[in-house]
Ligand binder design. Structure first.
Ligand code: LLP
Length: 420
């Protein structure tokens, strides 16, 4: 199913022309396809069925209530990294019994909140954190179910800013120290060990690093069991990459990923948890923007659009490639554009030397693959209001987040005299 495609020369999301949405909500806006999200969830849940896998959606990828709600209705759990995300997951209907909490440095307040909700599992990042969780559990008379996040020292082969499984990264407990951490956990009150956890990075386009990391984890599980620890769950994290460039990218298939899971940890008779974010929602969303101006400076032709780096940060932050297409399929001359936003920084660039049919002020362009790490990473830099989000379902679309008005943005500040 291609949920974003041209029909009669215009760009559609399912059965709705994005131009029609733009006329109602104005640009720029994020547009998601309900069918695309549901199809991805069903595909991963189906591929991992034999492991009785719990698919815990990594809420950080896109935390809109409408998206989490769709996944909750299909049985998904959630992987959260903050109290805020936990509250979002709970509010959208994910039961606490399906929430795993993976924050890198959980505060006492956050830990207490999680204990009060009785979440499924804390993915513990250090021995110090374990002691804080134990003390909080004793204070609140609760049991914390824990897994240690193990850093398997594997290079995920992805962008350095989103690689998390190498020894020098800040994440998890080095695999050499794992035994010591599990021994300590066994002795601490308020703690019950459930399993092991890892997450080696994001946008991983090759299965080999997963295979290497999962194999190391399997060996560790066997070691721990020999030492008398009960390990009943393995949380394999997220990180599976997706195609951003339709012509050149070749993301691994979900069935091949499932084969790696079977081969590496399938014999351990553990409940498997996965934490996909991008894989579920990345290609289920696009960003629709209007051309404000075009201009030519020397050899460079600029397409200046009304979306900017504050709305969608991935190209500036990671030099990420996103396909960008015109809303109209035309046979106008092809032009190589530098596609930029209106923010006062040269980094506010979505693409350089990108070929598009010639565009004019008022035309719409669509940035694809914007469903994950798009709206959630937005800011109001340059006092630009957060942009609306829309979800399409068949012939229907609904605004699932409104564009705030300027007054409400400014009203968050308190003038000095009023602050006294
Ligand atoms: N689990 C943990 C513990 C994570 O830290 C992450 C992502 C995930 C799961 C989900 O990973 P995914 O399946 O989405 O790859 N802003 C960056 C991506 C940061 C990913 C951070 N952790 C980007 O736009 O590429």
């Amino acid at each position: 199913m291609n949920t974003f495609a041209y029909r009669d020369g215009h760009y559609f999301a399912e059965n709705v022309a994005v131009r029609q949405i733009a006329d109602v909500v104005g640009t720029p806006f994020y547009c998601y396809s309900r069918a695309a999200i549901e199809a991805r969830y069903d595909a991963i849940a189906g591929a991992l069925k034999e492991f009785d896998a719990l698919v815990c959606y990594a809420v950080k990828a896109n935390s809109n209530q409408a998206l989490i709600g769709l996944l909750a209705a299909r049985g998904a759990g959630a992987d959260v990294v903050s109290e805020g995300e936990m509250r979002r997951a709970l509010a959208a209907g994910i039961p606490a019994s399906k929430i795993v909490y993976s924050g890198v440095a959980k505060t006492v307040r956050e830990i207490e909140f999680a204990l009060q909700q009785d979440i499924r599992q804390f993915n513990v990042e250090s021995e110090q954190e374990l002691r804080v969780i134990s003390a909080a559990a004793v204070r609140l008379n609760r049991i914390a179910h824990v897994a240690f996040r193990i850093n398997p020292n594997v290079d995920a082969g992805t962008h350095e800013k989103i690689s998390t499984g190498k020894a020098e990264n800040k994440f998890g407990i080095a695999i050499e120290y794992a035994r010591r951490a599990y021994d300590e956990a066994r002795a601490l009150p308020g703690i019950e060990v459930r399993g092991v956890d890892l997450h080696i990075g994001s946008q991983i386009m090759n299965l080999a690093p997963f295979e290497a990391a999962f194999s190391r984890i399997a060996e560790l599980v066997e070691d721990l069991r020999r030492a008398g620890h009960t390990i009943s769950t393995i949380d394999l994290g997220g990180g599976l990459g997706i195609n951003y460039d339709r012509q050149n990218d070749k993301a691994p298939g979900i069935d091949d990923y499932a084969k790696i899971v079977r081969k590496t940890v399938g014999h351990l008779d553990c409940r498997i948890i996965v934490e996909p974010g991008r894989w579920l929602v990345g290609n289920a969303g696009v960003l629709v923007s209007s051309v404000i101006y075009t201009k030519t400076n020397g050899a460079t032709k600029f397409l200046i659009i009304d979306a900017a780096m504050n709305d969608f940060l991935r190209p500036s932050m990671y030099n990420a490639y996103h396909s960008i297409v015109g809303e109209q399929q035309t046979d106008a001359a092809q032009v190589l554009y530098d596609i930029v936003g209106p923010v006062c920084e040269t980094g506010d660039t979505f693409a350089r030397k990108r070929q598009l049919p010639e565009q004019d002020a008022g035309d719409l362009v669509v940035i694809e693959g914007a469903g994950a790490y798009g709206s959630v990473m937005a800011s109001t830099y340059n006092t630009r209001p957060l942009i609306p989000e829309v979800m399409v379902d068949g012939d229907e679309f609904r605004v699932i987040r409104q564009r705030p008005d300027y007054d409400s943005m400014i009203a968050l500040d308190i003038p000095w005299d009023a602050a006294g």
